[in-house]
Design a protein around this ligand. Structure first.
Ligand SMILES: NC(=O)c1ccc[n+]([C@@H]2O[C@H](COP(=O)([O-])OP(=O)(O)OC[C@H]3O[C@@H](n4cnc5c(N)ncnc54)[C@H](OP(=O)(O)O)[C@@H]3O)[C@@H](O)[C@H]2O)c1
Length: 292
């Protein structure tokens, strides 16, 4: 197979945590794997470790920060420049913050990274997804079970609640993904949501008591125990659903679905399928993009 014709899997946030373990599992299947992250040094070290561990020399690193629209666009541009085809785009990079923060574009940060960025990146690399034929977009969710979307609280308008704001942003992302699945179906690109499960990573390691809302703070010591450093063991387990999603034939022609940590299809909360809720999310994304 010529280099340009090789099955190519892009994993955002593939230089650490669950994304890194996903990259290892996918590289073992012989696909070309492209990992992205913000830091060149960390990224290059991760790229080298993946090559060593898998024996697959076709692992590339592309640097990009998905917390701003300019960053997403620059990443999309760099990917298009280097790769003619993208068979699978895994939107894995995520954000969990302990205080209200605005992105460079003035958006609530969870909304910027977990909702707007995955959609904008998928549309940004659409020519390469279309070139691959039957390409997949896999959006990595969080927050345990699918939960209700509150369209009046897309950017923590009702108050910032740490972990709850994060999990709500993932529910919003799930609803956005259902809308994106319909939008990209005519282009021959599928969009599905995968839940990895709990893992000790940089994201969970950075959680503080402030991340936990209200009375949940008393459980902080338990959270610290649950997310104690384990040398990538739990991240490798959590990566199973992404590795499966990127490689299984079972997802051929399947779009607009949610799969849990055991790769079982589950229903979203009904608000995730509500087209009026989805329209509110799309309106928030579009107005943010128009205001740039
Ligand atoms: N860990 C869990 O328990 C858990 C549970 C359920 C769902 N999830 C979801 O699974 C995904 C991965 O989680 P994780 O725990 O592995 O996260 P993580 O530890 O934050 O992931 C680190 C990776 O993301 C990159 N990254 C972080 N912020 C970025 C940004 N703004 N732009 C580009 N790259 C960025 C990092 O590289 P640099 O630092 O070099 O940028 C690194 O490659 C997330 O979507 C998360 O919400 C996690």
């Amino acid at each position: 197979m010529s280099s340009q014709n090789k099955r190519t899997v892009v994993i955002t946030g593939g230089t650490g945590g669950i994304g890194y373990q996903s990259a290892i599992g996918i590289a073992k299947t012989g696909a070309r794997v492209v990992i992205t992250g913000r830091n060149q040094e960390r990224g290059e070290a991760a790229r080298r470790r993946i090559v060593e561990e898998t024996g697959n020399g076709d692992v590339a690193l592309v640097i990009g920060d998905v917390s701003s629209m300019a960053g997403v666009d620059a990443l999309a541009g760099a990917l298009l420049e280097r790769f003619e085809r993208i068979d699978v785009l895994v939107n894995n990079a995520g954000y969990l913050g302990s205080e209200f923060k605005r992105s460079q574009d003035g958006l609530e940060m969870h909304f910027a990274v977990n909702v707007l960025a995955p959609r904008r990146l998928a549309l940004g690399v659409l020519p390469a997804l279309k070139a691959a034929g039957n390409a997949r977009v896999l959006n990595v969710t969080g927050g345990d079970k699918p939960a209700r979307v509150d369209a009046d609280n897309l950017q923590a308008e009702k108050g910032f609640k740490g972990l709850m704001t994060y999990t709500h942003s993932k529910s919003v992302m799930e609803a956005m993904s259902m809308s994106l699945a319909r939008e990209l179906e005519p282009e021959g690109v599928s969009v599905n949501v995968l839940f990895p499960g709990r893992a000790s990573t940089a994201m969970t390691g950075a959680m503080s008591a402030k991340t936990l809302p209200g009375v949940m703070k008393i459980f902080y010591p338990l959270f610290k125990l649950l997310f104690a450093e384990d040398g990538g063991k739990s991240a490798a387990k959590a990566a199973r659903s992404t590795i499966w999603g990127a490689t299984t034939e079972k997802l051929d022609g399947v779009t607009g679905r949610y799969f849990d940590t055991n790769m079982k299809e589950r229903k979203l909360h009904p608000t995730g399928y509500d087209t009026q809720v989805q329209a509110r999310i799309m309106a928030a994304i579009e107005s943010a993009q128009a205001a740039r």
